[in-house]
Design a protein around this ligand. Structure first.
Ligand code: TEU
Ligand code: CA
Length: 544
């Protein structure tokens, strides 16, 4: 396998609106990010993925872009963006931009033109269809944010298509002009010195609406190969596609280097296991055996072809320690265990802001405290169809995207040190105990555990390139595996449960001295026949 700089990289995702507010208007901004670069360098990450900072009316917090080559005033200016790139570079940190090109904002000049008349030169940049004879929408396709995917336009008497909010009209990727415009814009960003792109819902751009196909359409891979050729193909960039519908087979189509598409994709199979029938508003408990099977499958299937991304969290998902750990009395132990379990896998790990200090879900009492468009839309859709307020509030507490979007907790000062004024969304009330200042002052904190995991990845090629072999596959609570590369073998054992237990080691691993690389209780230097594990205990060893 040809080695790439992003193979041993660790990416840190920033949701700029919630990261750090430098000018005290309650909204995080680019200067805020600049002020925290030393902190990120201390953590050891070498790539930052920025959620969108472009000009936007913020219907979906920036995932609705009205100018791809300008910065939202509330986040700063293009000059500040250039300063961020330069300051990051000085610290050996690359910036990955979020590329949102399935749709634009309805305030993008292309859409403003497109809706003027049917013969406007920009009309075909978007997807328009006539009403059915009875005036209703062309078909039943639904928006991912609830309701129909079709919105009636009074002026031109046609419907336009939007897979997200009606203020996020889908671009028409069948139009070669759309492709060229996007490629030009991407090349402009590449010239600014960025480290790559995270491609928002990229599996939707190959859609064939009239056949009812949205995800994984037949045009998808040819479009990506063309994008690769026209933009980043001959540059050494990290490209990661967001692909909710990816199976390992599909992921290889994107990430097999021979196909010239992307570096890797985000797959969500492990995430949706706790959604009943794919519905996040009907959360179900985690079945750890299934979870292990899914993680193992992805490790095995992409072993020699393609590349995995590794993540528990992002700006759309609940906090990992609340979802799969214990965010109360065993918060520190379980957060460290989850970190080790993920960071020793093969692939490129992504850390979401606040994960490195064990930030938790929030449970706001009232719907008014929530800001996320998906949460607010679905509350309406679901309660109108008969779901109770209580059910919805519980589902929101568990899975709302706002769990990830409460302000980053920097200190125990008012508003968690994120801002001196009331932030755009309330802080999690637990910031007094859970914050960066506290984490940096405690040598046993989750922060230093992440820092060590990042250092270990740079020091041990077995973590980056080693073969993966699962252990205890039938165990209900233990997720364990071996990583082997040349003469180095690593053993990683994680107790995913809050009860103590013990496992009998396979013969080959018994009675030997080992080097403990990282753990969340006491280190062990010797493996006997049985290994006892405390609640959420996690150990990574180098076998001698
Ligand atoms: O997400 C796509 C997406 O399908 C999820 O956000 C989905 O809405 C939810 O998390 C699962 O029910 C991307 C971005 O990550 C998200 O923030 C944007 O809102 C969305 O695209 C539209 O650009
Ligand atoms: Ca601000």
């Amino acid at each position: 396998m040809e080695t790439k700089w992003w193979h041993d990289a660790v990416v840190y995702q920033i949701y700029p609106r919630s990261f750090c507010d430098s000018n005290n208007d309650g909204i995080g901004d680019i200067n805020g990010i600049i002020s925290k670069l030393d902190y990120l360098q201390q953590l050891g990450v070498n790539v930052l993925w920025l959620s969108p900072v472009y000009k936007s009316p913020m219907d979906d917090n920036g995932y609705d872009i009205s100018d791809y080559q300008d910065i939202a005033a509330e986040f700063g200016t293009m000059d500040e963006m250039k300063t961020l790139l330069a300051e990051a570079k000085q610290r050996d940190i690359k910036i990955v931009m979020d590329l949102v090109v399935n749709h634009t904002s309805d305030e993008h000049p292309w859409f403003i033109e497109a809706k003027k008349s049917k013969d406007n030169p920009y009309r075909d940049y978007y997807i328009w269809r006539d009403a059915k004879p009875d005036g209703s929408a062309p078909d039943d396709l639904g928006s991912i944010f609830g309701g129909s995917a079709w919105q009636w336009d009074e002026t031109t008497q046609q419907y336009y298509f939007h897979l997200f909010s009606k203020r996020q009209p889908d671009l028409n990727w069948e139009n070669p002009k759309v492709q060229q415009e996007v490629h030009q814009m991407m090349n402009w960003w590449i010239e600014q010195g960025i480290g790559g792109f995270r491609l928002d819902v990229i599996d939707l751009i190959g859609k064939e609406i009239d056949k009812g196909i949205t995800g994984n359409g037949p045009r998808l891979h040819p479009l990506l190969q063309e994008m690769n050729r026209a933009t980043f193909g001959d540059k050494d960039l990290l490209t990661v596609g967001e692909t909710w519908g990816a199976t390992p087979e599909i992921a290889k189509l994107y990430s097999d280097p021979a196909r010239h598409e992307l570096s890797m994709v985000f797959q969500f199979e492990h995430i949706t296991l706790t959604w009943q029938h794919g519905d996040k508003w009907n959360p179900i408990p985690l079945d750890l055996k299934q979870f292990k099977q899914v993680l193992t499958k992805w490790q095995t299937e992409l072993a020699d072809q393609g590349w995995n991304s590794l993540f528990w969290n992002n700006h759309d998902l609940p906090r990992v320690v609340s979802k799969y750990g214990n965010d109360r009395e065993l918060r520190v132990e379980s957060a460290k265990m989850l970190a080790t379990a993920l960071h020793f896998l093969k692939g490129t790990p992504y850390i979401y802001q606040g994960e490195e200090i064990g930030m938790t879900n929030v449970a706001f009492d009232s719907l008014q405290q929530y800001k996320d468009i998906e949460t607010l839309n679905f509350y309406q859709v679901k309660t109108q169809s008969g779901v109770s307020h209580e059910h919805m509030m519980q589902a929101i507490h568990e899975n709302s995207r706002d769990n990830a979007r409460t302000p980053m907790q920097w200190s125990n000062e008012p508003h968690a040190g994120f801002s001196q004024v009331e932030p755009w969304i309330e802080t999690n009330p637990n910031y007094g105990a859970i914050n960066v200042e506290q984490a940096l002052a405690d040598q046993n904190s989750i922060f230093y555990h992440y820092q060590k995991l990042i250092q270990l990845r740079k020091a041990h090629p077995a973590i980056v390139y080693g073969d993966f072999t699962p252990l205890f596959e039938d165990h209900d609570s233990v997720f364990a595996y071996l990583r082997k590369h040349q003469d180095e073998t690593l053993l990683v054992i994680n107790n995913f449960s809050e009860t103590a237990l013990s496992v009998e080691l396979p013969e080959a691993l018994r009675n030997q001295s080992v080097e403990c690389l990282i753990c969340n209780y006491e280190a062990k230097q010797h493996l006997d026949v049985t290994l006892s594990l405390k609640p959420y205990e996690s150990l990574a060893f180098k076998l001698n």
